[in-house]
Design a protein around this ligand. Structure first.
Ligand code: ZN
Ligand code: ZN
Length: 142
C-alpha cells in the first residue's frame, strides 16, 4: 500500500476568506517550524510552520500584498499575505532563491506534514514540548 499521490494530483491551499488560492505538485521539499519573534507576531501564534516548495511548480491565484521584513540576521524576508483577510500565505527569503516557504497552516489538508527541522529554538515559547524527530537549531541554520 502506498500513500503517494498520483503525479497529476496537486496539493492545494488558500487563505481564510478564499480570495487567494495556490497549488503545487508533489510533496513539500521540507517542512520547518520557525520560533522567531517575527513568525510569532505574524502568525499571532506560538510559531510559524512552513512547507518549502519549488517556485517553478507553484501556482498562485488571487491578489496578495507583501510585507518586506528583515530577519534577525539582516536578510530580507518577503511575507506575502491576503489583503482581504490578512492570512499569511508564504514567505521568500534571500538565501533561498526559487523556493516558496508556504505558511503550511493554509494547506487544505495540513495533516500530512512532517516537520523535519525547528529553527530559532532559543525563542521557542517555554510551554512548548520538543517535537519528536526534528533537528533543532538555536538560531537559523540558513
Ligand atoms: Zn483571504
Ligand atoms: Zn521565523
Amino acid at each position: 500500500m502506498t500513500t503517494d499521490k498520483p503525479t497529476s494530483e496537486r496539493t492545494t491551499g488558500g487563505c481564510l476568506c478564499g480570495s487567494v488560492r495556490y497549488s503545487f505538485g508533489g510533496a513539500p521539499l521540507l517542512t520547518a517550524i520557525c520560533h522567531c519573534r517575527n513568525c510569532q507576531r505574524q502568525s499571532g501564534s506560538a510559531f510559524g510552520i512552513v512547507a518549502a516548495v519549488a517556485e517553478a511548480d507553484f501556482d498562485l491565484q488571487g491578489e496578495t500584498r507583501t510585507f518586506h521584513d528583515s530577519s534577525d540576521s539582516g536578510r530580507t524576508v518577503a511575507r506575502v499575505f491576503c489583503p482581504a483577510c490578512g492570512s499569511p500565505i508564504l514567505s521568500t527569503i534571500e538565501p533561498m532563491p526559487g523556493i516558496m516557504l508556504i505558511k503550511a497552516g493554509t494547506l487544505d489538508d495540513p495533516r500530512g506534514l512532517h516537520p523535519a527541522i525547528e529553527v530559532y529554538c532559543d525563542r521557542a515559547l517555554p510551554f512548548l514540548p520538543a517535537l519528536a524527530g526534528t533537528e533543532r537549531h538555536a538560531g537559523s541554520n540558513i
